[in-house]
Write a protein of this length. Sequence first.
Length: 205
Amino acid sequence: MAKRILPYRDYSEHDVVNLFALNVSGKTLSSFVSGGTGDFDSGVVVSVSAGALPGEVSELRASTPDNLRDYLGASFSGAHIGFNGYPANGMTVAPAAAGSRGLGITLRETLAFDENGEKLLYYKQKLDEAQAVLPGQTVPVLTRGLVLLAASAISGTPSVGDDLEVKTGGKLGTQASGAVVGSVIAIGEESDDSSAKKYLCKVSF
């Protein structure tokens, strides 16, 4: 599953930052698939990668080669006249470094294709049902609140009451020497798999 964050969550919309897209520069978008896993998961702790405020219009990705323009199907050679630009948010986030403070935790996945290999660019209803955004689109980032995290969002096996810090890969784990960004307040397990833990965490980045 590509959802590290589970459905239960309690937060104020004032604590959600809707300004940044996931940095997909150099990424293979064919791997951003529903049911897959990677940096594009929801529930990934992220920090600001590019924070330059944009102008009055969205960035139109015009460079070639460019994975976002390839995804649009708009790559062109010098023989063509004009181009169709891919509108993208130039302010981006990426998985936070271990021990850092981070900006927050992503609430939606960034997906390019569904499980059948069809572009979600042309299937917005399914994109919304998957609680995802397209590559280059703004992804909501939660900075403070109560969230239920799957074991895939956690590094190690923290206990109730443990403080949490950012670990490698945008995961959370028991605090060692990094900045405290939350704490574990309850632990549960899946009804059909006692080894599949879930962690109720209070986070504040």
